[in-house]
Design a protein around this ligand. Structure first.
Ligand code: DC
Length: 241
């Protein structure tokens, strides 16, 4: 056991709430592993697009998911994101994948495959490292329903769109706040209305609205929550400070 965290922190919520940044920084602070489950759905989506398959063709999508060779790392410093031999960390954030990821992630077979793989990765990291921060849409409701700390991050749609647009611009992609707002609202609708494990807040999740909070304020709040739940070993006070 190398870090302070014992068990799984489940971090769910819609896009643009700061989940990825918060999850990575929290994992670093707690010496824990980190798993970006959205990246897994994005990699399958990239494999679908590269295979020339229509993302709306559920059977063909399921076949691609069965054979896609992708790797996902659990280091919060620089998680590996690989499809075949390629590092696809940048490709999976592009507009084509972002547009197609909702229909792909709504295919029940894709979810079964990825949830099973997520559970294996989580068990492995908890066994070796003690704890892991996992981010997604269904972590607290489906993937790890017995997680000792479930957090549901939200922010107003305007704030989320503005954050997404800033991220896209920083990554060299053309983006306006209006386009980002349309994309965020479209994805929220698709992700929360699909039949297979839709995005929803777990009954026992702690709701954190990040609209008015900096990333560091969110990290401090979550570290304190982890400390109060008694899931930090040894350095409890130090980590909570
Ligand atoms: O967090 P993200 O924006 O990278 O996620 C990409 C998409 O993947 C998102 O539109 C919904 C889907 N997703 C999901 O259905 N279940 C998860 N656990 C994580 C992501």
């Amino acid at each position: 056991m190398t870090g302070a965290l014992r068990g799984v922190v489940a971090l769910d919520g819609p896009s643009g709430t700061g989940k990825t940044t918060v999850a990575r920084k929290l994992a670093q602070r707690l010496g824990a592993g980190y798993l970006d489950t959205g990246a897994m759905y994005r990699m399958v989506t990239l494999a679908v697009l590269r295979a020339g398959v229509d993302p709306a063709d559920a059977e063909a999508v399921a076949r691609v998911a069965d054979t896609a060779d992708f790797g996902i790392g659990t280091s919060p410093d620089r998680p590996e994101i690989r499809l075949g031999a390629d590092d696809v960390a940048a490709d999976i954030r592009g507009p084509e994948v972002t547009k197609a990821v909702s229909p792909v992630s709504a295919v029940p077979h894709v979810r079964e495959l990825l949830v099973a793989r997520q559970r294996r990765i989580i068990d492995d990291v908890v066994g070796h490292r003690g704890g892991i921060v996992v981010e997604g849409r269904d972590i607290g409701t489906v993937v790890v329903p017995d997680s000792p700390l479930k957090v549901y991050l939200t922010a107003s749609a305007d704030v989320r769109a503005s954050r997404r647009s800033t991220q896209d611009t920083a990554a060299g992609r053309k983006s306006s706040v209006a386009d980002a707002l349309a994309s965020v609202e479209r994805r929220d609708h698709l992700d929360s209305t699909r039949a297979a494990s839709p995005l929803r807040e777990a009954d026992d999740a702690v709701h954190v609205d990040t609209s008015e909070l900096s990333i560091d304020q969110v990290i401090v709040a979550l570290s304190e929550l982890a400390s109060h739940r008694g899931i930090l070993a040894d350095c409890k006070e130090e980590v909570a400070r």
